[in-house]
Design a binder for this molecule. Structure first.
Ligand code: SF4
Length: 290
């Protein structure tokens, strides 16, 4: 599955990899091989779209799970659980959105995403489905070889002018410099095949064009192993890190993302030398703290 070293479509040249490519490939492959995907799924928001089998249920649950996936998972997870249960009473996310009428959604509020924003979001989703059929259709139609084009089109469709921060939170854009972590995560879930029991493979976009979802764990560990030398966490850094990963697997650069993120989420990397964690780490041979 290792790709030929090369530049992935739409990405800049890979950054400097001081330890060389072969050790990085070997370390990432070890990390991927050793990851207990089934156990990690229980703490990952992709478990919400994976509750469903209908593709439209999956993409709507995925969009909501990705949109709420900021802050602490023990805080947004229960909100999503209740929201999915609520939608299931109506027959699932698709039936809920297709028949959506304004209602009291205060019990699904999370941080600054309040009931009125959720009402505006669901009302707009209903219109989007009515006019475009699915979020996947929007992403596929807009794709021009770069994932940015699909994300921009999704954000344009989702945003409701004047609706405020509660809705805009769901509509981050590469053109604003955002790493668009949550969009990149949702699109990864929808595009990558279900090879590890994680992703869903229901949108027709090339996996080679995916961009790594740059969460705090991936950003920190990525810097430790030389995936980027950039210090900010915006879209260009996400592209830069993806280019390094593409040098290891050009066809599927974000294949390593889940294992990288969960190294941090599970507390198996604390970002500095650790007497117990580091000797057991798959990435120790390419980590700069060693
Ligand atoms: S070697 Fe240690 S600091 Fe480096 S990635 Fe692994 S656990 Fe983190």
């Amino acid at each position: 599955m290792l790709g030929v070293r090369g530049e992935a479509p739409g990405f800049p040249l890979p950054p400097r990899l001081g330890h060389g490519l072969a050790p990085l490939q070997a370390g990432l492959e070890r990390l991927y091989r050793d990851c207990d995907f089934a156990a990690r799924l229980a703490t990952d928001p992709v478990r919400f779209p994976r509750r469903y089998t209908d593709p439209l249920d999956q993409e709507l649950a995925g969009f909501l799970a990705g949109g709420f996936a900021f802050g602490r998972v023990d805080l947004f997870g229960p909100v999503l659980e209740r929201l999915c249960d609520h939608m299931d009473v109506a027959g699932g996310p698709r039936a809920f959105v297709e028949g959506f009428e304004a209602q009291d959604l205060t019990s699904f509020q999370y941080r600054w995403i309040k009931g009125p924003a959720l009402n505006a979001l669901f009302a707009n989703l209903r219109q989007v489905l009515d006019e475009r059929g699915s979020l996947g259709a929007i992403a596929e139609e807009a794709f021009d070889g770069s994932l940015a084009s699909s994300i921009e089109a999704l954000a344009e469709a989702i945003d409701v002018p004047g609706a405020g921060r509660g809705v805009h939170t769901f509509a981050s854009r590469p053109s604003k410099g955002s790493a668009c972590k949550r969009w990149c995560m949702v699109v990864r879930w929808m595009v990558r095949p279900d090879t590890e029991g994680i992703d869903l493979g229901i949108w027709d976009l090339p996996a080679s064009a995916l961009v790594v979802p740059l969460d705090t764990h991936v950003a920190r560990i990525g810097r430790l192993i030389g995936l980027t030398t950039r210090s900010t966490n915006g879209w260009r850094t996400a592209q830069d890190m993806t280019a390094s990963l593409a040098a290891c697997d050009a066809d599927d650069p974000v294949r390593y993302d889940f294992a990288l993120a969960h190294l941090g989420i599970a507390g198996l990397c604390v970002g500095e030398k650790h007497p117990v964690l580091c000797p057991a780490c798959s990435l120790r041979s390419v980590c700069t703290v060693q």
